[in-house]
Design a protein around this ligand. Structure first.
Ligand code: AMP
Length: 569
């Protein structure tokens, strides 16, 4: 029996129309890209909606039709926000591209997506000029600025964004699209092999926004001032431009200035209550506060994800009166899969259990389903101990990569294979132990690099730590720590090892450390393990490396001499 309910499609245009109608005067504040000091541009949801409609007419004028891919290389700004709504609202596909990738990767992505139009911020004009010869299918290049700021000598015809907006009428009726039509296209970072496209639908984007706004997710309301630091070119800034319109929150867009001092200024000046970004960005903010002092004003919540939030970081923010919400997600999941919010049983579990829970990646958002599988694809128990590959399903998870064979990356029964190794506990909290390709395999057992990083991040001398698997003649691989120290601090191998005693199993304790000036990060802010593995693959282990490995994975003490040690496990 069919229900008798209205069939109104879930569309991205519905979000901006709602924000305009009921929160039209709510402010949108954005750092400008043209101004080196990052002057602030102020508009409102009404203004964003009006200019998005003008832009939608502009796109039509350029010949953009439903389903066409319109690409952006842009920071988090009001213009990028207008583009989000103009492109998707008019039925085209908003294809955000990460400008921090290599030229070849960007050219590959734009070619694979078959983009027809490329919008770019003034700071990416040189990048766009270099790309022109590799993009025969792109018919229009648009710089996101006024005409006066167009560069001379651009190797293709170049349009000015402001002309495209101002030259067109604000009368545009958002088409009543099929909610399953594509609205956005993002590519994975592709640290191994070429990046792959996740093609989002209007329905998936809107449902994801609803789920993210919930109290146990990001918990966003019309009283919030939301600042997405996570870039709009990285999985739609975790959906926040949609969540903010859905809830009518004020939006603060930090443009290209993402250093601790600039973010701190914006947080105080604009009364930011909620922000979101990767741990490295927040490490920058904490460093700024450590040097210059100050508080975080009205900031109440920070969503931290993209890579593991070290417990020490969460605790520091909590001392500053800010709840750090650890979240996990993937490009293929739009991206949010879990948020670490408390549960109703917090009062009755021990403080140790609460602390262990807090360190995890969180509970699935309603709609997200998980299983963990062993190497034969068999489900493992949700006991918080057994770890295996995490597979997921959700209304906002992809069912196929763009332009790829149907089954690539999926289990035979259609679950998305995340490539993350995780545990699930009976209360639903998921914990990532590693990317499958980053686990350290010592004597046939797995050591969690994330756990090793979390422990060392709490050492008073350590600014950032990365654990890498380095070949070892006896154990196959052993963990080596690459460590950035705080200014003036020192840390020796023995001190590091002593710090790990009682914090991790004996055979997990890293055998050595390398002090480095900087830990390499990928274009999406994750530790670049591939680069570290390559750099340290010939690392010369100290003579007694792994001599401490006298306990098996199950905790049994075996032997003491290196040659006599039984393989862990
Ligand atoms: P991306 O598609 O670029 O967002 O990357 C997704 C990957 O980032 C996931 O598969 C995880 O390996 C990693 N990731 C995201 N969030 C977290 C988190 N909170 N803790 C650990 N890893 C994370």
């Amino acid at each position: 029996m069919h229900a008798l309910m209205m069939q109104i499609p879930l569309l991205v245009s519905g979000l901006i129309a709602h924000a305009d109608r009921w929160h039209g005067d709510t402010k949108i504040v954005s750092r400008t890209v043209e101004d080196p000091k990052g002057l602030l541009h102020r508009s409102t949801w009404r203004e964003v909606h009006r200019r998005a409609r003008q832009l939608a007419n502009g796109l039509r004028h350029l010949g953009v039709r439903e389903g066409d891919r319109v690409a952006t290389l842009a920071w988090n700004t009001h213009r990028h926000l207008e583009l989000y709504y103009a492109i998707s609202g008019s039925g085209a596909v908003c294809h955000t591209v990460n400008p921090r990738l290599f030229d070849e990767q960007i050219a590959f992505i734009l070619g694979d997506a078959d983009a027809q139009v490329l919008f770019f911020d003034i700071s990416f004009a040189e990048l766009a000029a270099r790309l022109v010869p590799t993009l025969p299918r792109v018919c229009h290049f648009v710089q996101m600025s006024a005409r006066e700021a167009l560069p001379a000598g651009f190797p293709a015809e170049l349009l000015a964004y402001e002309d495209l907006v101002r030259g067109h009428s604000e009368r545009f009726d958002w088409p009543l699209l099929d909610e399953n039509a594509a609205c956005g296209l993002c590519y994975t970072s592709g640290t191994t092999g070429n990046p792959k496209g996740a093609l989002y639908s209007h329905r998936s984007a809107v449902l994801h926004a609803y789920a993210c706004a919930l109290p146990d997710s990001f918990g966003v309301s019309a009283c919030d001032v939301v600042m997405p630091v996570v870039p709009m070119y990285h999985v739609n800034a975790w959906g926040l431009p949609y969540v903010a319109a859905l809830t009518g929150a004020k939006l603060v867009l930090p443009g290209p200035l993402l250093d601790g001092a600039s973010l701190h200024r914006l947080i105080l000046q604009e009364g930011v209550t909620l922000s979101a970004g990767v741990p490295t960005v927040w490490a920058g903010l904490l460093q700024h506060l450590a040097r210059h002092g100050g508080d975080l004003g009205r900031l109440r919540k920070l969503v931290i994800g993209g890579s593991t939030c070290p417990p020490a970081m969460r605790e520091r923010f909590e001392q500053l009166g800010v709840t750090a919400l650890h979240a996990w997600g993937m490009t293929e999941l739009s991206p949010i899969g879990t948020v670490n919010a408390p549960r109703g049983d917090e009062e009755i579990i021990s403080s140790e259990a609460r602390a262990r829970r807090r360190a995890k990646q969180g509970r699935p958002l309603p709609g997200v389903e998980f299983a963990i599988l062993d190497e034969d694809g068999q489900p493992l128990p949700h006991d918080g101990e057994s770890f295996g590959e995490l597979v997921a399903r959700a209304p906002w998870a992809i069912r196929q990569y763009f332009g790829r064979p149907e089954r690539e990356g999926f289990t035979p029964d259609g679950w998305f294979r995340t490539g993350d190794v995780a545990t699930l506990d009976p209360a639903g909290y998921m914990q990532i132990t590693d990317r499958a390709k980053d686990v350290i395999k010592s004597g046939g057992e797995w050591i969690s690099s994330i756990e090793l990083e979390n422990v060392l991040a709490a050492h008073p001398s350590v600014l950032e730590a990365a654990a890498v698997a380095v070949p070892h003649p006896k154990w196959d691989e052993r963990p080596l720590m690459a460590v950035v120290l705080k200014p003036g601090a020192t840390l020796g191998r023995d001190e590091m090892r002593a710090f790990y005693e009682s914090r991790v199993a004996k055979w997990w304790i890293p055998d050595d450390l390398e002090v480095v000036d900087e830990i390499p990060h990928t274009a999406t802010g994750k530790i670049n393990k591939l680069a570290l593995r390559t750099r340290f693959r010939d690392h010369c282990w100290p003579e007694d490396a792994a001599a401490h490995t006298t306990a098996t994975a199950t905790g049994d003490i075996v032997d003491i001499g290196v040659d006599l040690i039984e393989q862990p496990g």
